[in-house]
Design a protein. Structure first.
Length: 448
């Protein structure tokens, strides 16, 4: 916090910004109460997709960061240049005739090597790197790219099949095949009957607040896990790609109806499809970016205080999601038959499931119970040997007042008896004093 009117330089940095997206900052000098607006301009070259964007702002020695989810939709047609070649040119060609092509962004292009007589494919190069030796390869075009088939003399032995591993997004992805790491796409020529170990990363961390979670293999329905033992059968070719979902780390802050912080247990959130996720001990969870969620369970004193009206929210990369729960103060007021407050009465609130809260009434005759879960209750009252019970409900965001009226028939009788006893005692004392005075008067006259 800076003094009002003071000005301090602020610097912004952005990471994971995709190509074709430009950033603009409206304010570079900070003043107390000012807001700096960061805008993103999406150009025609931006590839449709979901991108986690990290923004850092530094003022003097203080740095704060936040992750946002940027969704680029395919409302604009984006194209890229794809260069296809064969080397040497007399060693063979490709199914997509060597040349320069304009390809829509996000399109998957499959190319097959066609060796000349006496030649065979040695390997592919994709954007200058090794792309495997399979007969065919698939390339997801998300930028200007190059693809080259490299041929060698000599025919390939029969019984080999092409196995393609392609990328499913514009983000960098890789797999491990038989212990060696390969960037995607990559293609292999494997002999029929051979077995190979293929591993995809189960989780790819893109930053402290975003990650990609493996959800299955496209083109290979036989395994839902990231690791597969791949056996080559008689199929002429295979085309597989690991599929991921972008997730953002969402932390939760819970409050009662007055805004005071509370820490519930067993918190569960649910998405629109009915899938549930439990929060960890630090009240955070990895949630699918762009998906709508709702807190459906939050335990407080053994009661679910999430409520049916718990608000919906979208996992959008915000560092903390604030949620108000059905927890509030409850009040029970005790008066006598004349409406006067009864102080010092004992009140026990029973919420069921062996949850009991105790409080004594104050000088206003009110027993206060702090941060009570929204739940029906039974309250047991006792005062000077008298007891009673009432039922009620502590409603979130509403102070619940209960009134109990005591009657005192026995106390009236005791009180009347004490009044009569006191009156008789005073009368007897006065009567005794009168008799003594009369005797003294009679003795005086007898002597004189």
């Amino acid at each position: 916090m800076f003094p009002k009117g003071s000005s301090h330089p602020v610097s912004f940095s952005t990471s994971n910004l995709p190509a074709g997206v430009l950033r603009n900052v409206s304010i570079v000098q900070y003043e107390s109460g000012a807001i700096s607006l960061v805008t993103f301009n999406i150009t025609s070259s931006a590839i449709p997709g979901v991108y986690p964007i990290d923004i850092r702002a530094t003022v003097d020695q203080t740095t704060k960061s936040k992750t946002f989810i940027l969704t680029v939709q395919s409302s604009l047609l984006v194209t890229y240049n794809l260069s296809v070649s064969a080397s040497p040119s007399h060693g063979g060609t490709t199914s997509l005739i060597p040349g320069r092509y304009t390809v829509p962004g996000g399109q998957n292009v499959s190319v097959t090597a066609v060796p000349a007589q006496g030649w065979s494919l040695d390997h592919w190069t994709v954007n200058g790197r090794y792309g495997g030796n399979g007969t065919s390869i698939s390339l997801l075009v998300t930028a200007n790219s190059s693809l080259q088939a490299v041929f060698v003399r000599g025919a390939r032995a029969p019984g080999f099949h092409s196995v393609i591993f392609s990328s499913s997004s514009s983000l960098n992805e890789s797999i491990i095949v038989d212990g060696v790491n390969y960037s995607l796409p990559v293609s292999f020529s494997w002999q029929e009957g051979s077995q190979h170990e293929v591993e995809a990363g189960p989780i790819i961390n893109d930053g402290s607040q975003t990650r990609r979670l493996f959800i299955g293999w496209a083109g290979y329905p036989f395994s839902s896990g990231p690791d597969i033992d791949f056996v080559v059968f008689s199929s002429p070719s295979y085309d597989l790609s690991p599929s991921y979902v972008v997730q953002s780390k969402t932390s939760f802050s819970f409050t009662d109806c007055k805004g005071s912080a509370i820490s519930p247990t067993d918190v569960v959130v649910q998405d629109s499809a009915g899938n549930t996720m439990s929060l960890n001990s630090s009240s955070s969870a990895w949630l699918d970016a762009g998906v709508t969620y709702q807190v459906v369970q939050a335990e407080w004193m053994g009661v679910n205080v999430a409520g049916t009206s718990s608000g919906l929210f979208v996992a959008d990369g915000l560092a903390v999601h604030q949620q108000q729960l059905g927890v509030c103060d409850a009040y029970i007021r005790i008066t006598d038959v004349f409406g006067y407050p009864v102080a010092g009465a004992s009140v026990v609130m029973d919420l069921g499931d062996v949850v009991q809260l105790a409080s004594d009434t104050n000088s206003s005759g009110v027993a206060v119970f702090s941060q009570v879960p929204e739940s029906p209750y039974t309250a047991y009252l006792s005062y000077l040997g008298f007891s009673a019970w009432i039922t009620g409900s502590s409603l979130a965001q509403r102070e619940t007042n209960a009134t109990i009226v005591f009657s005192y028939p026995l106390m009236y009788a005791v009180g009347a008896f004490l009044v009569v006893l006191t009156t008789m005692t005073v009368w007897r004392r006065h009567r005794g004093k009168g008799r003594r005075a009369q005797r003294l008067f009679e003795d005086y006259h007898a002597r004189y």
